[in-house]
Design a protein around this ligand. Structure first.
Ligand code: ATR
Length: 273
């Protein structure tokens, strides 16, 4: 039997994995003819999974909710952006040396910039976990004015003080008139965390930009409500696409075939919602 070329393994670590990542990364490998494969792993023990990454020589792993902060202590070094943000959503393995990156920041900005500019915009960020940290830092870098609203006030305070933003509880989601954009960065709306939207439907008005970073399902209760109220809607698949394209570049060293990844995303959404 002729030797086949070695296959490089990448994947993701999540408590409840989704299919979208595998669809997009797989399409990108195929588009460029790369001998890579992508496996979404469902895990509970993050430290054991990172040890397995070292033992098995897995090239790259996406890190999903709720592991984006915990993983920082398990890698060998952090890129400066991930360190500044305080969250890692991507780990790259260079011959046994693990580096933590943050591609969520890039993904959030690119997703929002598909529909709006950000400079000077008043933005309500809901959530203060790992994903919210990345999104809030990226938006602040783009010159937006932020208010952080979180279920646990202390975490909102910590994030807001790092950014010079204002903060408070989830009540802010009931009065949106003062905002141009609202981004749900909390897990609220995710199937496994309770499908309820963190924003009451009546608070949403035409012309408001509403982005949800939840992508399981892509059409969350919030996205559905925002569409029906005439808001400009950005679903969680858009951020996922742009953060995945940056991951692809880190794993392969090649420019991401964004069109192929976008087509795979759309096909997967049409299949599973
Ligand atoms: P990730 O690293 O993916 O951001 P995380 O750090 O666990 O995940 O953060 C999850 C975020 O969603 C937090 O802001 C959390 O609020 P708390 O800080 O109060 O825990 C928020 N969250 C989770 N479930 C929620 C719910 N049902 N309603 C509102 N916020 C929720």
């Amino acid at each position: 039997m002729a030797d086949s070329p070695p296959i490089t393994l990448c994947g993701s670590l999540a408590r409840h994995p989704a299919r979208l990542g595998a669809a997009m990364h797989g399409a990108a490998y195929e588009a460029l003819g790369l001998a890579f494969t992508y496996v979404p792993f469902a895990i509970d023990d993050l430290a054991a999974a990172i040890a397995a990454m070292r033992a098995l020589g897995i090239r790259g792993l996406g890190i999903a909710v709720p592991f984006k902060i915990e993983v920082m202590a398990l890698v060998d070094r952090l890129e400066p952006l991930a360190e500044r943000i305080g969250a890692v959503n991507t780990v790259v393995n260079d011959d046994g040396l693990l580096t933590g990156y943050n591609t969520d920041a890039h993904g959030a900005v690119r997703a929002l910039e598909e529909v709006t500019s950000l400079e000077g915009k008043r933005i309500l960020v809901i959530g203060a976990g790992g994903a919210a940290r990345a999104v809030a830092h990226a938006l602040q870098q783009r010159g937006a004015r932020l208010h952080i609203a979180n279920r646990t006030a202390e975490k909102a305070r910590a994030l807001a003080s790092a950014l010079g933003a204002t903060y408070g509880g989830l009540d802010a989601a009931r009065r949106l008139e003062g905002y141009d954009i609202v981004v749900n960065c909390s897990s609220a709306g995710m199937k496994e965390y309770g499908a309820a939207s963190p924003i009451p439907e009546q608070a949403i008005f035409p012309g408001l930009v509403v982005m949800d970073i939840v992508y399981k399902p892509v059409r969350t209760e919030l996205v559905r409500a925002a569409e029906s109220r005439g808001a400009l809607t950005v679903h969680g698949g858009r951020m996922l696409l742009h953060q995945a394209s940056r991951q692809f570049e880190l794993y392969t060293g090649r420019a991401a075939p964004l069109e192929a990844m976008d087509a795979a995303l759309k096909t997967q959404i049409a299949l599973t919602g």
